[in-house]
Design a protein. Structure first.
Length: 134
């Protein structure tokens, strides 16, 4: 199993496409790379596109992943290694929980995050327009 990541810089926001089969250990290992890409591209807005991720997440996995992502984000912010990044995550069920449990966990820990199954809703939350080719 693996999770792959492709970074696509844009004019108004950074897009990171993630694909593969979800596994908590792989997702947690990918998070620093996602945050590194944000820092490298000086992104203030991130569209995290996980629509190509397959699998089912247990509630505990949603909690651990969301807590880990938020903690790593906040640690990097506190250390001055990362500027504020507004994050919209777009995916499909069952990776995206209809109750948005992971979003609630992450937001409670300070992560500026919106989770959606609708790309237009995610882009609107970021305050950006869809790419011309969409």
């Amino acid at each position: 199993m693996s999770l792959d990541m492709r970074v696509e810089p844009g004019r108004d926001y950074l897009t990171i496409f993630v694909s593969g089969t979800f596994a908590l250990q792989l997702a947690n290992a990918l998070t620093p790379r996602i945050l590194d890409a944000c820092a490298e591209h000086r992104a203030s807005r991130l569209l995290l596109d996980v629509r190509a991720v397959k699998g089912t997440l247990w509630v505990a996995e949603r909690f651990i992943y969301s807590e880990t992502f938020a903690r790593l984000y906040m640690e990097r912010r506190a250390a001055g290694k990362l500027d504020h990044v507004q994050i919209a995550c777009v995916g499909t069920s069952p990776v995206i929980d209809p109750q948005r449990f992971g979003e609630k966990v992450a937001r409670a820990r300070g992560l500026p995050l919106k989770v959606s199954t609708d790309i237009e809703e995610a882009l609107a939350w970021l305050g950006v327009n869809p790419p011309a080719s969409a």
